[in-house]
Design a protein. Sequence first.
Length: 316
Amino acid sequence: MATAPPSLRTTVGNLCLGSAPDSWGVWFPEDEQQVPYTRFLDELVLAGYEWLELGPYGYLPTDPQRLKGELDARGLKVSGGTAFGALHRPEAWDEMLAHVRRVAALTAAAGAHHLVFIPPMYRDEKTGAFTESPELTAGQWAGFGRAADRLGRLLLEEYDVRLVVHPHADSHIRTQAEIERLLNESDGRYTNLCLDTGHVAYGGGDNLDLIRRFGERVGYVHIKQMDPEILAQVAAEDLSFGEAVRRGVCVSPPAGVPKPADVVVELARLDAELFVIVEQDLYPCAPGVPLPIAVSTREHLAGCGLSGTRRPNIDR
């Protein structure tokens, strides 16, 4: 069994580092271009991480005991679960909720207390074709925050899992204005933010400004960087996120924006303990690509004061 290298330094007081299947090129529960989950788990340990997010439901084992066995054998722990669903489609609520319940149950069984909720993209992940309008109607926006709070309250009361909504490229929570609207129209008791630094940059937002003004709503963090030159291509050529990823929009630190050290400084000022989960969108990639990137990324973030040696107290 793989053995983790020693941590490089003590964590910044309120931040705990982890990683996710996304950094190994995993976007789907099953896909022939993705590495087997056992390889991901083994390489996660080799790269020096103790904490992981579960990724797309069905990639890792969904039986709680089987998952526990795989993680315990490697000394790994779960920071949170990952679910996809639409809050702007009332007619799809029941189907969405059934999926989220499965994820929440597995997350809770793994001892984690966060569910990262990702809105659907309005462009196909593989073809780039538009599947719905990129703009929500006034009626869809009117119910968005209420739907988030309804879901967040259910998760908290029934699973002791906290909802953190994840802005995403090619989704309806993409720009800073859309992020702020969601936060302003929802209740911090039930709905908070998974600050994905790369997706905020992709949508033209300012991560440091969001942390400073909405820090009390930041409940979880994905840390990643985007290549400014490819972001310019996205704007000029109307690229889909899938095409942008294939061109290499998501890069390793210290390349790209925002600068991880700047983000860490602002997060360290918050009165909350947070998981900071590394993501680098790599789908599709050759099997040998992720591990060296994971190692160099951890080493860079350790130099910024981030490591994964303690578990945050969960208060939001």
